[in-house]
Design a protein. Structure first.
Length: 168
């Protein structure tokens, strides 16, 4: 079994889509754990603020299978197949890391946004502070401590998790 980390975001009906996305992830993978939810400004385009969090799960799926599963969940929750990269999202799911695997092709793992975006690094560091970034060589707690968070403000959200809370 591999440990995977998934970035989750939404800026359209955020509460509804984050809860639905987490339920779908819990059904697809085992032992889903979630960070707190953070609000951040849209990056790369003018749009409504996003809610973001990171989830950890266990899987026997390959990297390619995990990516297919994430894409299928996004589509089930209203993401258009032709969605532009920088645009509003009902649900955005990104594989951030797969164990300590380093890949460059067909996708980059760990995902580069872990090192550059507060809305990824902060919830990831909260969820798994001892995880050692296989490229940077530092733990996520160390990376977050060194990060210039003033440049990318975040606000922790008192998120209305669904009653089941099967994924927390």
């Amino acid at each position: 079994m591999a440990t995977i980390y998934i970035g989750i975001g939404s800026n359209i009906q955020r509460d509804e889509h984050i809860n639905a996305g987490c339920r779908s992830l819990a059904a697809a993978f085992s032992a889903l754990r979630c960070s707190a939810v953070y609000e951040s400004s849209a990056v790369g385009f003018d749009g409504d603020p996003f809610y973001n969090l990171v989830a950890e799960a266990q899987t026997a799926q390959s990297v390619a299978q995990v990516c297919q599963t994430l894409r299928a969940i996004e589509f089930r929750h209203g993401r258009p197949a032709d969605a532009r990269k920088f645009s509003s999202r009902t649900l955005d799911l990104d594989l951030l890391a797969y164990d300590a695997l380093c890949l460059r092709d067909p996708l980059v793992l760990p995902r580069e946004e872990v090192l550059t975006n507060a809305f990824v690094l902060r919830p990831f560091a909260e969820l798994s502070p001892a995880y050692r970034h296989p490229v940077a060589g530092l733990t996520l707690a160390e990376l977050w401590h060194r990060f210039d968070a003033a440049q990318q403000p975040l606000r922790q959200v008192d998120f209305p998790w669904s009653q089941e809370r099967v994924y927390v």
